[in-house]
Design a binder for this molecule. Structure first.
Ligand code: SAM
Length: 468
């Protein structure tokens, strides 16, 4: 059936149901919808609420689960019953159910609205009458209190104009997901040439930057990530002067690096200017350093930058990247790490975001084997941090050392304690630093597995990078 311009395709049913049933259940299959719209939980929530308005119903609750890019579920509880949708972006398909009670309501006003908004090319539909009056006894209000009559029940419905809104952002990029309750209001949205960038307000963790449906950082939880990526290497390198940040568009890493006054050169290479724009506008506590003259910001590809950088030109390289999918995927390759090795000075340190041993175990072993192949097994350590906004909470950074720099032996505890106190840090201190390198047995075994994999792979290679 063609979707556009359809107005009440079954007018006779409406006429007859008034006498026959309490309500109508209409199931609609919308095909050929706009893919982007089906992925967009906020948009779907909005059209469902508008559809409820179109038929003059009273919304009491709206629950949305948005799982970008797969689709979303939205259920609108109506005083008059319910309206629900499940979208599948991959099939350009949406299943809509509307059960609506009461006289004088034309459900197709709501369904036509949904069809138009999803740009559906065609649909099919089935309708049932529910609560057949001929099968029900006459209404009995006894026992509900003296004041309850059919009339007062109707007034109660009208009085309830405020509804509860539940909106969940589900990150389902891997085998383990994260679900965060958000307000549902989109503060920023842009589809850049590299990714889809969004900023949402969460109920618990403040505003959150979400790239391609993956939570990058949240105001209340970002300190663990940014303080650890910066201060662990900077407080253990014997004499850091030049730091290179790859990615890190939210600005949190640059903010932490800039606390180290002795640095002479700080370069940040972020591929996507829109991430910086979004964070300057909505996450100013992170993106607070972009006007600092000590920070050299380059909008460009970090891979290309490192490939073209001179040998031994940085003491510390921090890879504050997205996950190994999307624009950040290539930041997890051997070739990239080989160039980092070359660009580091004699005692240089590379720190990279290295995933979670609990929720991304396969990726974890894979990327550690790459670091070990390039830097050598004695020169690679793993340190952890916790964040409730990443799936699994237990996440890690790798500490890859080109020369003598050691993440624990080089730690000056007093200096580190004083640094944490002076800067009023929220996560990092000398104890957290030391404890971060302690892992449960199963993680130690995974690192061992990465070592064995690296050794086996190297046996098949002639290039010996650690002998450089
Ligand atoms: N803390 C975050 C996490 O792990 O979820 C990472 C945050 S940060 C926003 C990651 C940044 O890396 C993004 O802004 C993305 O644009 C940037 N990025 C990805 N690939 C890149 C590349 N090849 N060169 C430079 N920046 C890159």
């Amino acid at each position: 059936m063609e979707a556009s311009g359809v107005k009440n395709p079954q007018p006779n049913l409406e006429q007859s149901h008034k006498q026959e049933a309490l309500g109508r259940l209409i199931l609609v299959e919308f095909h050929g919808c706009d893919k982007e719209k089906l992925m967009d939980g906020t948009f779907v929530e909005e059209i469902m609420l508008d559809a409820a308005k179109k038929v003059d119903t009273t919304v009491v609750n709206c629950i949305t689960h948005s799982s970008y890019p797969f689709g979303c579920t939205c259920v609108v509880a109506l005083q008059e019953s319910h309206l629900s949708i499940r979208t599948w972006s991959c099939y350009r398909y949406a299943a809509v159910d509307l059960y609506i009670c009461g006289d004088g309501v034309e459900p197709w006003d709501a369904l036509n609205h949904i069809s138009k908004q999803l740009s559906s090319l065609n649909y099919s539909t089935v309708e049932f009458k529910r609560g057949m009056l001929s099968l029900l006894p006459p209404p009995d209000y006894t026992g509900l209190g003296d004041s309850v009559t059919e009339e007062t029940l109707k007034q109660e419905i009208v009085a309830k104009s405020n509804y509860k809104r539940d909106f969940w952002l589900n990150e389902l990029s891997g085998p383990v997901g994260t679900s965060v309750r958000i307000t549902g209001n989109v503060l920023y949205r842009k589809i850049s040439p590299f990714q889809r960038i969004e900023v949402f307000e969460s109920k618990q963790f403040g505003k959150m930057l979400v790239n391609d449906g993956i939570i990058m950082c949240a105001e209340a939880t970002e300190h663990s990530y940014h303080e650890m990526i910066a201060h662990v290497p900077l407080l253990t390198h014997p004499d850091p002067k030049r730091v290179l940040i790859i990615g890190g568009g939210d600005g949190g890493t640059a903010r932490e690096v800039l606390r180290h006054e002795q640095l002479e050169r700080i370069v940040q290479v972020e591929i996507d200017a829109a991430v910086i724009e979004a964070c300057k506008l909505h996450l100013p506590s992170l993106a607070c350093s972009y006007d600092n003259p000590r920070l050299e910001l380059i909008i460009g590809d970090g891979i290309k930058y490192v490939k073209e950088a001179s040998d031994e030109s940085f003491d510390i390289i921090l890879v504050d990247s997205t996950d190994p999918i999307g624009p950040g995927a290539i930041l997890f390759t051997d070739e990239f790490y080989e160039h980092c090795y070359r660009v580091l000075t004699k005692d240089g340190v590379l720190v990279t975001q290295s995933e979670s041993p609990s929720s991304a175990s396969e990726q974890f072993v894979e990327i550690y084997s790459r670091y070990i192949k390039v830097f050598g097994k004695e020169k690679v350590s793993c340190f952890k941090y916790y964040t409730p906004t990443y799936p699994g909470e237990y996440f890690t950074f790798s500490y890859c050392s080109k020369g003598r720099t050691q993440p624990l032996n080089n730690l000056d505890k007093e200096k580190s304690e004083a640094f944490s106190a002076i800067h009023g840090l929220q996560y990092y201190d000398e104890e957290t630093h030391e404890a971060a390198f302690v892992h449960p047995k199963y993680v130690k075994e995974m690192i061992k597995e990465a070592e064995e994999r690296a050794i086996a792979e190297k046996r098949g290679e002639s290039k010996d990078l650690s002998a450089k």
